[in-house]
Design a binder for this molecule. Structure first.
Ligand SMILES: Cc1cc2nc3c(=O)[nH]c(=O)nc-3n(C[C@H](O)[C@H](O)[C@H](O)COP(=O)(O)OP(=O)(O)OC[C@H]3O[C@@H](n4cnc5c(N)ncnc54)[C@H](O)[C@@H]3O)c2cc1C
Ligand code: SF4
Ligand code: SF4
Ligand code: SF4
Length: 377
């Protein structure tokens, strides 16, 4: 029976709760807002399946990519709606046109993030764009399996650990599955996101975009619109937005993200997609501010799909791709101010982000004295 002793050792993929034959594992939110499995020992039959599917306890070998590309969707409109170069929407359309199903992350009615699926191109919009919050998997792995077993083509997209969890849950290869993971910096806390939205006042929101390209792909904006007043309540460059600042300083990522079990080809995905940061230096003729995707073809199946797509491609290399995107293979550092952030967050909520930024900017001696005083009080 699965028991989480060290939170760094659970990425929250939900494979264990999806596989349990007694449905006795529920995913419960901890004090930081991340989901962890809790098994009911009275219902458990000690079959060991939950431990066997865990991608953290049973990590896969790292695998080199077959080919690396800078990629752009031929449609500028598709790129403007996407976070990078619109690679995902093209791959998803190809699967839907063959009568398949596409899984990915979307917002629910409260702008919390969850995994879901679409079967029509007209519904694909909800899966587009990066949502910088950990998504809840629910019973999506079981649904993926059901679709695969009746012969439908499935594209599953998610973070590398979600893809690793799915592959482990499925237990064997399915020819009709295309697994796509995103290059992943780490996922912020759903609780901090919830409190951030609350801090905007009691509002009925109509849309959230973490990657609005009004000022361009490299100067992206976070844009949140009010449903009643029909205007933006937030419209800021990511560098000025308080939620994005705390995210990029790694104050409230999931603990497993500092020791990621699935980077560097260990997700077993067919294709990895990300932002092609640095493309303006490496392939200047291909760069523009509508966005460029990085696409890693990790399997023959993935490579074939990319070659058969209408994506505009420029061949690149793994070493070039990792130059400005360390997150492809390395976990981010655990912020030395993470504990300070959570202590402040419990007292003052979202104000803790600016407080921690100002704390982090103080010289080490002052921070050391403040820590001692904090411990004594
Ligand atoms: C938390 C997070 C961190 C990221 N960190 C990096 C990074 O360090 N470097 C980098 O190059 N790229 C990173 N990305 C990926 C990048 O932002 C784009 O999502 C990716 O390049 C795909 O862009 P696109 O234009 O092809 O498609 P888009 O339409 O922009 O992307 C949609 C895809 O993103 C997936 N997705 C969106 N939000 C989530 C979520 N919360 N959880 C799981 N899947 C999600 C959807 O399922 C879909 O597959 C990150 C994305 C997320 C969500
Ligand atoms: S050991 Fe089997 S029955 Fe018990 S929690 Fe794990 S999967 Fe469920
Ligand atoms: S990493 Fe996934 S499978 Fe392992 S314990 Fe956590 S939720 Fe369960
Ligand atoms: S950094 Fe790794 S553990 Fe964290 S969400 Fe991304 S893939 Fe999962």
């Amino acid at each position: 029976m699965i028991v989480i002793k060290d939170k760094e050792n659970c990425c929250g993929c939900g494979a264990c709760s999806n596989v349990c034959p007694k449905s006795c594992i529920r995913m419960q939110e901890d004090e930081e807002g991340f989901l962890y499995p809790i098994a009911d020992s009275l219902l458990c039959i000690n079959c060991g399946k939950c431990e066997k599917v865990c991608p953290v306890s049973n990590p896969s070998e790292a695998k080199a990519s077959e080919a690396v590309f800078a990629a752009k969707n031929v449609s500028d409109e598709a790129r403007m709606k996407s976070s990078s170069g619109g690679a995902f929407v093209k791959l998803a359309e190809m699967v839907l046109q063959e009568g398949g199903v596409v899984f990915g992350a979307c917002f629910d009615n409260h702008f919390e993030v969850e995994h879901s699926y679409v079967e029509e191109t007209s519904s694909l919009g909800k899966l587009l764009g990066s949502k910088y919050v950990q998504s809840k998997m629910g019973d999506c792995f079981q649904k993926v399996k059901q679709f695969l077993e009746i012969g439908r083509k499935v594209l599953f997209s998610g973070t590398s650990c979600q893809v690793a969890g799915l592959k482990s849950f499925l237990g064997h290869e399915f020819e009709n599955l295309i697994a796509v993971d995103i290059v992943c910096h780490g996922v912020p806390s759903p609780l901090v996101w919830r409190k951030y939205l609350e801090s905007l006042g009691a509002r009925d929101l109509s849309s959230v975009s973490f990657r609005n390209k009004r000022d361009g792909w490299t100067k992206y904006r976070i844009r949140i619109c009010d449903a009643i007043e029909q205007k933006e309540v937030v419209d800021e460059c990511y560098l000025d937005n308080v939620f994005m600042k705390g995210f990029l300083k790694n104050f409230y990522l999931r603990p497993s993200c500092y020791k990621c079990p699935a980077k560097g080809g260990r997700s077993c995905s067919d294709i990895t997609i990300g932002d092609y940061w640095g493309v303006e230096k490496q392939h200047p003729a291909f760069f523009d501010e509508k966005g460029v995707s990085l696409v890693l073809a990790n399997t023959e199946k993935g490579l074939l799909m990319i070659k058969n797509s209408s994506l505009l491609l420029v061949e690149s290399s793994y070493s070039q791709a990792t130059q400005r995107n360390a997150c492809i293979e390395k976990s981010v550092f655990r912020s030395p101010d993470r504990d300070y952030f959570w202590k402040q967050f419990s007292k003052q909520g979202i104000g803790a982000i600016e407080k921690t930024i100002s704390h982090a900017s103080k010289p080490n001696l002052i921070r050391f004295v403040a820590k001692r005083l904090n411990k004594q009080s």
